[in-house]
Ligand binder design. Structure first.
Ligand SMILES: Cc1cc2nc3c(=O)[nH]c(=O)nc-3n(C[C@H](O)[C@H](O)[C@H](O)COP(=O)(O)OP(=O)(O)OC[C@H]3O[C@@H](n4cnc5c(N)ncnc54)[C@H](O)[C@@H]3O)c2cc1C
Length: 410
């Protein structure tokens, strides 16, 4: 098992790191300060567009674009392990994933389009997504049902002539607040209640401007609306979707969602490791430079232990993520699944702890707008719910373990 940095990905990591430090980070505050300046928080001010587009153009011109298409001849042809190192780098900045066209939920959605959609759909949505011209959202979670069990989804899709008619509600649709979001990939119920649990749901491509779609509100995360990306609550009322927008066929929604979420979770987890690295660096610099009771903070209380624990836990989490990525690369998603569940619990928890310790060392400033730590903590806390809550992933890990000792379903 080789989990190291390959000669192929090394120069890419260096180029991404350099561009984040020299070009992206210096613009971040200015970009986020602009949110809402044009009156609507889900619109781009001219300055925001200028910053975003100039940086994307620069990334493209340096050929630092669309790294995420792993184990494919298209794009860079990187392995998941190689991509994982890039995801860690991109996780060090809030803007970077989009600048390199590697941000969620677009990467997962592009994979779905690439694998399962027709040529006409590729032309309409995949091409502009690959080019960074539009954005997309993935609509699974619903307000009325426990969505950690995706077989509960109730938004209905009923066949009517050449269309399906969609009715119901979705929420926490990340990215749907963005005015550039043109595509929703929607999980809907097409089967009857008494059908097999995993054969009742289907996946549809839906234009975000289809009549009958109403964005009800932006959900807030600890009081923040995460504009202009947003996590939207959306209502579907008699929304007509052409039959050809059904992916793969009726009842095959789970096949698609399982394939989509595996790589996405690795990306999320490695970005979390990246944000933990930034926090630990900030913690150490602060602990050395600020003095209380006649000593640098580093030398007070249990701060040596805290720093050491943070370093050790980051290293453990990174290795586990790389092992999960390596399992993905072996080409058996079923075998990789429990490993992905392990990292989905471990990486956000470790990153959250490290960021929390950094906040503590920063004192009041740590929770303020003056450092990226508060935003980072908030984001990492949500990651313990998004893409499956911890408990659901623990269940997967435990079931894989018990299965080793039992022939019946556990
Ligand atoms: C910031 C953010 C962004 C998101 N983005 C998206 C998105 O883009 N698209 C999308 O479709 N969804 C998105 N989600 C939704 C997310 O995936 C769901 O919130 C998650 O799947 C849990 O569903 P639920 O909220 O209905 O919680 P529920 O299903 O009601 O679960 C609540 C709690 O019940 C407990 N529980 C559930 N199952 C078990 C179990 N097996 N064992 C023990 N305890 C259990 C856990 O404590 C769990 O946290 C996002 C969520 C957040 C917070």
């Amino acid at each position: 098992m080789d989990l190291g940095i390959t000669p192929k990905v090394k120069p890419l990591i260096e180029a991404v790191r350099k561009m984040i430090e020299e070009d992206i980070r210096p613009q971040e505050d200015c970009y986020f300060d602009e949110v809402g300046k044009c009156g609507n928080r889900f619109e781009y001010s001219p300055k925001m567009t200028e910053i975003m587009e100039a940086l994307k153009k620069k990334a493209k011109s340096r050929n630092l674009w669309n790294f995420w298409l792993t184990n494919s001849e298209k794009g860079y042809g990187l392995t998941t392990v190689e991509y994982a190192y890039l995801a860690e780098e991109m996780g060090k900045s809030r803007l970077a994933p989009e600048i390199f066209n590697c941000s969620a939920p677009d990467t997962g959605n592009m994979e779905v389009l690439e694998k399962y959609s027709k040529e006409t759909h590729k032309e309409k949505w995949l091409k502009p997504l690959l080019d960074g011209q539009i954005r997309s959202a993935y609509l699974m979670t619903e307000p009325q049902v426990a969505s950690s069990d995706a077989t509960n989804m109730a938004l209905s899709a009923k066949k009517s002539g050449k269309n399906y008619i969609l009715n119901g509600e979705k929420w926490w649709s990340s990215g749907a607040g963005d005015p550039r979001c043109k595509l929703y990939i929607v999980m809907a119920k097409t089967g009857k209640d008494d059908e097999q649990r995993h054969k009742k749901h289907s996946m549809f491509l839906v234009s975000s401007n289809t009549p009958g779609i109403e964005v009800l509100r932006a959900m807030t995360v600890y009081g923040h609306d995460d504009a202009p990306h947003g996590h939207m609550h959306i209502k579907f009322k008699n929304v007509e979707v052409p039959q050809e927008n059904l992916l793969l066929g009726e009842g095959r929604g789970f096949e698609i969602s399982q394939g989509r979420l595996g790589p996405g979770r690795i990306h999320h987890c490695m970005r979390a490791i990246g944000s933990a690295e930034v926090a630990l660096q900030m913690l150490c610099q602060r602990a050395l430079s600020r003095v209380a009771f006649g000593k640098p903070l580093a030398q007070l209380g249990a701060n040596y232990d805290i720093i050491a624990e943070c370093r050790m836990e980051i290293e453990q989490a990174r290795l586990l993520c790389l092992k999960a990525a390596w399992m993905m690369d072996k080409g058996d998603p079923k075998a990789a699944a429990p490993w992905i569940s392990q990292i989905k619990v471990v990486a956000p928890k470790v990153a959250l702890k490290v960021v929390d310790e950094a906040i503590q060392v920063f004192g009041g400033q740590g929770i303020s707008q003056d450092t990226p730590l508060a935003a980072s903590w908030t984001y990492l806390r949500t990651l313990r719910l998004a893409d499956g809550p911890d408990a659901v992933h623990r269940r997967q890990v435990a079931r894989a373990e018990l299965k080793k000792f039992s022939n019946s379903r556990v």
